[in-house]
Design a protein around this ligand. Sequence first.
Ligand SMILES: [Zn+2]
Length: 148
Amino acid sequence: MQFRDFSLLVRDTKVRGFAEGLERGELRASRCVGCGAVHFPPRSDCPTCWSGEFTWEPITGTGRLITYTLIKVPPRHFAPDLTQRAPFSTYVYAPTAVGLVEMEDGLRVMGWVCGVAAQNLHVGMALTPKPEVLDDGRATIVLKSEGC
Ligand SMILES: [Zn+2]
Protein backbone atom coordinates (compact mmCIF):
# COMPACT_ATOMS: atom_id res chain seq x y z
CA MET A 1 0.00 0.00 0.00
CA GLN A 2 1.63 3.22 -1.11
CA PHE A 3 0.67 6.87 -0.90
CA ARG A 4 2.35 7.19 -4.28
CA ASP A 5 -0.74 5.97 -6.08
CA PHE A 6 -2.95 8.81 -4.92
CA SER A 7 -3.06 12.33 -6.27
CA LEU A 8 -4.84 15.65 -6.10
CA LEU A 9 -6.69 16.73 -9.24
CA VAL A 10 -6.86 20.51 -9.02
CA ARG A 11 -4.98 21.46 -12.17
CA ASP A 12 -8.04 22.86 -13.94
CA THR A 13 -9.33 25.06 -11.14
CA LYS A 14 -8.67 28.55 -9.76
CA VAL A 15 -6.24 26.95 -7.32
CA ARG A 16 -4.02 25.73 -10.10
CA GLY A 17 -1.08 27.52 -8.45
CA PHE A 18 -1.46 25.08 -5.58
CA ALA A 19 -1.01 22.09 -7.92
CA GLU A 20 1.91 23.79 -9.65
CA GLY A 21 3.56 24.30 -6.25
CA LEU A 22 3.12 20.64 -5.40
CA GLU A 23 4.79 19.65 -8.63
CA ARG A 24 7.75 21.85 -7.71
CA GLY A 25 7.95 20.33 -4.25
CA GLU A 26 6.36 23.35 -2.58
CA LEU A 27 3.31 23.21 -0.36
CA ARG A 28 1.39 26.48 -0.68
CA ALA A 29 -1.34 28.34 1.13
CA SER A 30 -3.38 31.06 -0.55
CA ARG A 31 -3.29 34.62 0.79
CA CYS A 32 -6.27 36.78 -0.13
CA VAL A 33 -5.26 40.00 -1.88
CA GLY A 34 -8.45 41.67 -0.60
CA CYS A 35 -8.14 41.08 3.15
CA GLY A 36 -4.90 39.19 3.72
CA ALA A 37 -6.50 36.04 5.12
CA VAL A 38 -4.42 32.89 4.64
CA HIS A 39 -6.14 29.63 3.74
CA PHE A 40 -5.14 26.05 3.50
CA PRO A 41 -6.40 24.19 1.64
CA PRO A 42 -6.44 27.11 -0.77
CA ARG A 43 -9.81 28.64 -1.62
CA SER A 44 -11.07 29.72 -4.99
CA ASP A 45 -12.83 32.68 -3.35
CA CYS A 46 -12.17 34.25 0.03
CA PRO A 47 -14.91 33.30 2.52
CA THR A 48 -14.38 36.60 4.36
CA CYS A 49 -14.33 39.29 1.64
CA TRP A 50 -15.24 37.22 -1.47
CA SER A 51 -12.16 38.33 -3.39
CA GLY A 52 -11.03 35.87 -6.05
CA GLU A 53 -7.46 37.16 -6.15
CA PHE A 54 -4.73 35.36 -4.26
CA THR A 55 -1.00 35.12 -3.87
CA TRP A 56 0.74 31.88 -2.94
CA GLU A 57 2.75 31.43 0.22
CA PRO A 58 4.90 28.39 0.97
CA ILE A 59 4.06 26.32 4.02
CA THR A 60 7.30 25.30 5.66
CA GLY A 61 8.42 23.71 8.89
CA THR A 62 7.06 20.99 11.10
CA GLY A 63 3.56 20.59 12.44
CA ARG A 64 2.05 18.65 15.32
CA LEU A 65 -0.27 15.75 14.66
CA ILE A 66 -3.70 16.68 16.02
CA THR A 67 -5.67 13.70 14.74
CA TYR A 68 -5.37 10.71 12.45
CA THR A 69 -7.27 7.73 11.20
CA LEU A 70 -6.16 4.33 10.03
CA ILE A 71 -7.43 2.92 6.78
CA LYS A 72 -7.50 -0.85 7.05
CA VAL A 73 -9.05 -1.61 3.68
CA PRO A 74 -7.53 0.77 1.20
CA PRO A 75 -9.23 2.17 -1.88
CA ARG A 76 -8.26 0.54 -5.16
CA HIS A 77 -5.40 2.91 -5.88
CA PHE A 78 -3.82 1.98 -2.52
CA ALA A 79 -4.33 -1.73 -2.82
CA PRO A 80 -1.43 -3.98 -3.71
CA ASP A 81 -1.50 -5.93 -6.93
CA LEU A 82 -3.56 -8.98 -6.03
CA THR A 83 -3.31 -10.62 -9.42
CA GLN A 84 -0.15 -12.44 -8.32
CA ARG A 85 -1.59 -14.12 -5.24
CA ALA A 86 -2.38 -17.79 -5.14
CA PRO A 87 -5.97 -18.97 -5.45
CA PHE A 88 -7.92 -19.02 -2.16
CA SER A 89 -5.22 -17.04 -0.38
CA THR A 90 -6.09 -14.16 1.86
CA TYR A 91 -4.37 -10.84 2.01
CA VAL A 92 -4.05 -8.76 5.16
CA TYR A 93 -3.62 -5.07 4.53
CA ALA A 94 -1.23 -3.08 6.67
CA PRO A 95 -3.11 -0.04 8.01
CA THR A 96 -2.31 3.24 6.33
CA ALA A 97 -2.58 6.44 8.33
CA VAL A 98 -4.04 9.72 7.17
CA GLY A 99 -3.23 12.54 9.57
CA LEU A 100 -3.91 16.20 10.20
CA VAL A 101 -1.08 18.40 11.45
CA GLU A 102 -1.33 21.93 12.80
CA MET A 103 1.48 24.28 11.83
CA GLU A 104 2.85 27.01 14.11
CA ASP A 105 0.72 29.64 12.35
CA GLY A 106 -2.43 27.58 12.88
CA LEU A 107 -2.81 26.26 9.34
CA ARG A 108 -3.82 22.62 9.22
CA VAL A 109 -2.54 20.20 6.62
CA MET A 110 -3.86 16.72 5.92
CA GLY A 111 -1.77 14.03 4.29
CA TRP A 112 -0.62 10.44 4.24
CA VAL A 113 1.63 9.63 7.18
CA CYS A 114 4.97 8.26 6.08
CA GLY A 115 7.58 6.46 8.14
CA VAL A 116 5.57 5.77 11.31
CA ALA A 117 4.09 2.38 12.12
CA ALA A 118 0.44 2.55 13.16
CA GLN A 119 1.21 1.47 16.74
CA ASN A 120 3.72 4.32 17.09
CA LEU A 121 1.40 7.13 16.00
CA HIS A 122 0.41 9.58 18.71
CA VAL A 123 -1.24 12.96 18.87
CA GLY A 124 1.33 15.69 19.31
CA MET A 125 4.12 14.04 17.37
CA ALA A 126 6.10 16.17 14.94
CA LEU A 127 5.47 15.59 11.24
CA THR A 128 6.55 17.66 8.27
CA PRO A 129 4.08 18.09 5.40
CA LYS A 130 5.72 17.72 2.01
CA PRO A 131 4.40 17.28 -1.50
CA GLU A 132 5.41 14.15 -3.34
CA VAL A 133 5.35 13.90 -7.09
CA LEU A 134 4.20 10.50 -8.26
CA ASP A 135 5.75 8.49 -11.04
CA ASP A 136 2.98 9.57 -13.41
CA GLY A 137 3.53 13.27 -12.66
CA ARG A 138 0.62 13.74 -10.28
CA ALA A 139 1.21 14.94 -6.74
CA THR A 140 0.02 14.24 -3.23
CA ILE A 141 0.81 15.43 0.30
CA VAL A 142 2.77 13.31 2.74
CA LEU A 143 3.35 13.93 6.44
CA LYS A 144 6.91 12.85 7.03
CA SER A 145 8.53 11.72 10.22
CA GLU A 146 12.25 12.20 10.76
CA GLY A 147 12.90 8.67 9.55
CA CYS A 148 11.00 9.00 6.29
ZN1 LIG B 1 -10.34 38.07 1.69
